[in-house]
Design a binder for this molecule. Structure first.
Ligand code: 5AD
Ligand code: FES
Length: 342
């Protein structure tokens, strides 16, 4: 076990069967988390990059069985921020001290390239780096959004098990998701992907394949978290979420992709009160504090009990800085680009 982990620390290679073996072994947890922490420190250092998250709309035409934003969920109050509100939040992000904003929402048809273009130009003029998380789009859209100022794009593959993907994302096509991620890489976006860990029917072997897919895609970022059953979705009765399996997939990802950006995710913090700190000590080097305000902040309800939903953006920033200091980590003053060191 330990020699296998040590070899991965040196070579950043593991086969599917070796990944599976480590995922299956509870004794591997501690040594894996420690190894991922060492690799993180060696390649990306002790600085933590903070990205300000703006959840611009919870309107979505899709029906993903795990997600609270799914169109058939009538229990959710829907909202859509105006372009002016989005730009105003980006201005606040600058005041709070953020260098990057992440614009995330459902696949709301209102937000066409024509709507985004002036928003992105105004945000760019503030000197911010822009990450988009707008879901699946045609190649031309990705190209135009890049032209308008977008630098990074997050699109989780969710699972690389095609049958599971198409079961949980009715009407969506796994090949199109792969196409989107290939396009984003070809357009030279810093490309982020990731998966849900713990979906009913998901096997450890499929998680091992997910990690190999991150490497094959040459992902610049990988964000993942535990699947948290949402009572307003068809997966409401799924077993309670667990942090450890998600941390393990994350730690193994750090071993194989040593220099990428890996966020400690809100879903991890939702499952355990110090979930993000545990993640930052098991391979993660990024946190994405939510700066959305008011009703919107409460209604971007992907899953129940979302950490920090009831907090203010200012309090979150302070709270995080304290927590980071307590574990000997500092807030990066840079933009946190992915620089290849391998
Ligand atoms: N539990 C955890 N994560 C979820 N997401 C959506 N629904 C859930 C849930 N119930 C994740 C998806 C999506 C990201 C924005 O949120 O992976 O890509
Ligand atoms: Fe939001 Fe601590 S980070 S309250």
């Amino acid at each position: 076990m330990v020699p296998l982990i040590e070899r991965a620390v040196q070579t950043h290679q593991l086969t599917e069967d070796e990944l599976l073996f480590l995922l299956q072994s509870p004794q591997a947890d501690g040594p894996l988390f420690a190894a991922a922490d060492r690799v993180r420190r060696h390649y990306v250092g002790d600085e933590v990059h903070l990205r300000a998250l703006i959840e611009f709309s919870n309107i979505c035409p899709n029906q993903c069985l795990y997600c609270g934003l799914r169109a058939p969920n009538t229990r959710l109050a829907r909202y859509r921020l105006t372009p002016q509100q989005i730009v105003a939040l980006a201005q606040k992000a600058v005041q709070y001290g953020y260098k990057t904003v992440v614009l995330q929402g459902g696949e709301d048809p209102f937000f066409t390239v024509e709507v985004w273009t002036p928003i992105l130009q105004q945000i760019k003029a503030l000197g911010l780096v822009i990450t988009l998380s707008l879901g699946e789009r045609p190649s031309e859209d990705y190209r135009a959004l890049k032209q308008a100022g977008a630098d990074r794009y997050l699109l989780r593959i969710e699972t690389t098990d095609k049958a599971l993907y198409e079961k949980y994302n009715p009407g969506m096509c796994f090949e199109n998701r792969l196409r989107c991620l290939r396009d984003l890489k070809a357009l030279e976006y810093e490309t982020g992907t990731g998966v849900l860990v713990g979906l009913p029917g998901q096997t450890l072997r499929s998680l091992a394949r997910d990690i190999l897919y991150f490497k094959e895609l040459d992902a610049d970022m990988v964000g993942l978290g535990p699947f948290i059953p949402n009572p307003d979705t068809p997966l409401q009765d799924a077993p309670a979420p667990q942090l450890a399996p998600a941390l393990k997939v994350m730690a193994l990802t750090r071993l194989l992709l040593p220099d990428i950006n890996i966020p400690a995710t809100t879903a991890m913090e939702t499952v355990a009160p110090d979930g993000r700190i545990q993640a930052l000590q098991s391979g993660a080097n990024v946190v994405m504090p939510n700066i959305t305000e008011g009703e919107a902040r409460l209604n971007y309800a992907l899953y129940p009990g979302k950490a920090c939903a009831g907090e203010s953006p200012t309090r979150c920033r302070g709270c995080l800085e304290n927590k980071l200091r307590a574990i000997g980590r500092s807030v990066s003053q840079g933009s946190g680009w992915h620089t290849r060191k391998l």
